[in-house]
Design a protein around this ligand. Structure first.
Ligand code: ADP
Ligand code: MG
Length: 231
């Protein structure tokens, strides 16, 4: 127990330090981005590819720092009884514009008979956003995302998000949730890590079923019998 306490203290210190560094990197980054933009007009054709690489890489650093800061930011965590349908509906509304843009259609199935669950709604929303965004991103030509919220027998609610994207090779599935694991040019590999942590904090589970070339199903289960209350 003692050992565990000490370990988590150390982790907090490292977390704060990392957040501090991330914050400090932001200022020079802003300056860099500004001056690079000013240079755009005077870049010769020969150098335009270098310019392109510089801007994309700067953007990449920027999104990693931003996502990291959101992650490290101490948020007011307020667990409360909440209707999971409502949380999912708000998330879907939030992402509809983006889905239309990418030619993606949402098919939703809700179960209005579900009991409220004890949860942190904003955190769960963050998880749903991450998973649905990944599903959109994996279907560049558009397609269908099926989102369902239903009740399971063993005092658990099951939420599934299913896409028709490229799927995930079997040997890669175990790497999901690893910090910075990404297969995208402009990915951060932080979305799933955060999502796994949040679901863990809710005493839930995340499972991935995927078939290459066919698509992927993310399945989340959350207990609704109060067993996830923080003591
Ligand atoms: P990012 O989206 O920034 O890459 P994530 O943590 O959200 O980071 O996802 C990590 C990786 O997991 C992705 O780069 C991708 O390879 C894989 N992945 C996640 N969701 C899906 C999905 N629905 N279909 C296929 N691959 C996925
Ligand atoms: Mg992602």
């Amino acid at each position: 127990m003692q050992e565990q306490l000490r370990k988590s203290d150390t982790l907090t210190v490292i977390g704060e330090l990392a957040a501090g560094i991330a914050h400090e990197i932001r200022n020079p980054m802003t300056a860099l981005k500004g001056f690079i933009q000013l240079l755009e007009g005077s870049i010769t054709k020969d150098h335009s590819m270098y310019y392109q690489v510089i801007t994309t890489e700067l953007q990449r650093i920027d999104s990693i720092i931003n996502e990291f800061l959101i992650l490290a930011k101490p948020q007011a965590i307020r667990f409360q009884e909440k209707d999971i349908n409502q949380i999912m509906k708000e998330t879907v509304d939030l992402l509809t514009a983006q889905a239309v843009l990418y030619n993606v259609q949402f098919v939703t199935e809700y179960n209005e008979q579900l009991p409220a669950i004890y949860c942190e709604p904003n955190q769960l929303k963050k998880v749903f956003i991450n998973l649905i965004k990944n599903a959109i991103e994996v279907m560049p030509g558009g397609g269908k995302i099926t989102i369902s919220v239903k009740k399971a027998v063993n005092k658990r609610i099951i939420i599934t998000i299913e896409d028709e994207g490229s799927g995930i090779p079997e040997e890669m599935i175990k790497r999901l949730g690893e910090p910075f694991y990404t297969t995208k040019d402009r990915g951060t590999g932080l979305g799933l890590m955060v999502s796994y942590r949040i679901i863990d904090e809710h005493k839930g589970t995340i499972k991935v079923k995927s078939e290459e070339g066919k698509g992927t199903i993310f399945q989340i289960t959350l207990p609704f019998d109060g067993s996830n209350s923080i003591n």
